[in-house]
Design a protein around this ligand. Sequence first.
Ligand code: SAM
Length: 222
Amino acid sequence: MTQQLWTAVDDYIADALVAPDAALEDALAASAAAGLPDIAVAPNQGKLLMILAKLAGARRILEIGTLGGYSTIWLARALPADGRLVTLEVVPAHAAVARANIEAAGLGERVEVRLGPALESLRALEREGEAPFDLVFIDADKPNNVHYLDWALRFARIGTLIVADNVVREGKVLDAGHDDPRVKGVRATYDWFARQPRVCATAVQTVGAKGHDGFAVGLVTD
Ligand code: SAM
């Protein structure tokens, strides 16, 4: 009953506040048709990402973990016409679906989907002088979160927003002895934020269509 209720409330929120949107709905349908897992952010979460990017005045966005480009489309819509978003994806089939979805959403000019292990792509982005980024959204393999956070800070300026998804994991985050490397990665995410004097951070747990989870947000202040 609980999950049913959370999903029903998410549907209510989306019906009320997230206008029907062919590009986003087509992106989800194409992702499902291609067999991608159903692990994109929910519509109300995607819209929150767009609002955060607008609040940050983002002109340059980095996303780690593309899947079919659903969150990418939301984030890219916050950009001005000359803005740029780079999104990193390791699975070729995911990157191919994402590219098609982003193109169909009319955002191909603003978005680069970079294929390869994110840690390699991040090194390449540094060599190419792509930083700074105004918002970094971390939503890939959780065991590498701390490395992604290090890169996010390296690529930051004062005012950069760092957002990390899935930081509650149905409450498993409470278990210091949990043997799931994703849970360990998420606990390390909190430790990382807690020891950064340059980052003002918090996390919010959420329930909804995607279950009981949450996201962490850090503002680079120094
Ligand atoms: N942000 C997407 C959304 O909300 O629409 C969902 C991303 S999904 C949760 C995580 C993605 O990260 C998957 O497509 C997965 O293949 C990718 N990924 C996992 N490990 C990665 C790595 N080391 N480098 C780049 N991408 C990775």
